[in-house]
Design a protein around this ligand. Sequence first.
Ligand code: XMP
Length: 517
Amino acid sequence: PVLVVDFGAQYSQLIARRVREADVYSEIVPHTTPPHEILAMDPAAIILSGGPSSVYASDAPGLDEAVVTAGVPVLGICYGFQAMAQALGGSVERTGRREYGQTVATVEDTESTLFAGQPGEQVVWMSHGDAVIQPPEGCAVTASSPGAPVAAFEDDERRLYGVQWHPEVLHTAHGQQVLVNFLSRGAGLERTWTSENVAQQLIEQVREQVGQDRVLCALSGGVDSSVAAALVQRAVGDQLTCVFVDHGLLREGEAAQVEHDFVEATGVDLVVVDARQRFLTALSGVTDPEAKRKAIGREFIRVFEQAARDVVQDRGDDDHPVKWLVQGTLYPDVVESGGGAGTANIKSHHNVGGLPEDLQFSLIEPLRSLFKDEVRQVGLELGVPESIVWRQPFPGPGLGIRIVGEVTAERLDVLRRADLIAREELTAAGLDRDIWQCPVVLLADVRSVGVQGDGRTYGHPIVLRPVSSEDAMTADWSRLPYDVLARISSRITNEVEDVNRVVLDITSKPPGTIEWE
Ligand code: XMP
């Protein structure tokens, strides 16, 4: 793999994604990984990420010279560029001239490895206080900027490259080209990380891991569990049984998509458990968001446990017991959980399909090396229906946490109809892929006065919460066209009884979260 040495998580995941977008496999390792371990992973190239530190800070994460002198092609970015310069004997100084945000860099050598085929002036995204003053011996300066006399250097002989700015961010005009040039011209790597190859590799891995055993998968209708299931089914066929718990908190049409479209496209063996009444009972009288999440999580585990026992009884044979449980874990979860430092429990995200302890399955996580966009590509490759592959993120507790107030069958019905209208109009306007997701929320305990026809109404508001985001950790509210908002508002208030007002949530995250509960 191409190893991205992580000096600051925010940047390193983005770099790894960009490398993969260039069809080259990449993995992230923390900067605390000892050099011999890094080299033992046999990296095809190493990228040193940016980070928040100054190389002068007493707690600055260090870079061992061994990493940059082992003969492996290296690209240093921002902090990684400075750390690399320092490790190789160049000099880095606090110039007192900070550069932050968009800057114009001057490329001195447009024939160089990193900048071939690019213009001599480039808009780049900078974020630094220190600057490289003197490049390491043997490294030619290939770009400069007002605040960085040495904004890029390279040494083709030792295959060492660096840039002060961030090629991974979209604000850097030719950033992806710089990365591609490093990977192909600098490191001589081939573009083999394509969705076809990835799918094939993962299928083989699953086949090897599972052998003749039986596998169980909790299908939620979301992208991750669906693609994971499709992959496992392609690998081991009927050894896989999927369990879909219909908790009645799904949106209009979603249960049908799983029960019919998905099964038809993939041929999975599916057990559907109708637990709608059971969830309504468990949620009766519950209004506190955390209490709702806990109730839904608890019920889910119970229903799933029972279904799993039934499957074991019905389909397990003694020679080939159900041994594996599929989880749709993605690479960012793996990186983040390896990242150590505890994160605050803002909401108790229950992962649908959470492992009941006494069931004693081993976990199989076929997507744990993939980013979300790669999961989608692999899904398409496997023939998972587009309606599922392009589905926007939807929380495990479903509509249960989009009704502020108690969850009842009637309220679910109201919300489902409003949500369907919003989705229809967003799709018709071609906006599905521009927005990250658009929760539609029913304020069931709020009423306001309205007028309709010639009568007074006293109905509930619906909140639209369209957001744009890269990873759901932060988000901004989407600036949807007014005419689309107008159509959604007019249709919801006309077509959904009990709703007489539509409001727009214009809060970013932070301080708001994406969901309301
Ligand atoms: P928040 O509301 O925390 O949501 O900004 C961030 C992202 O996570 C989704 N979400 C969940 N997903 N189980 C899930 O699988 C959950 O309990 C859950 N709660 C929130 C939310 O839709 C958004 O994409």
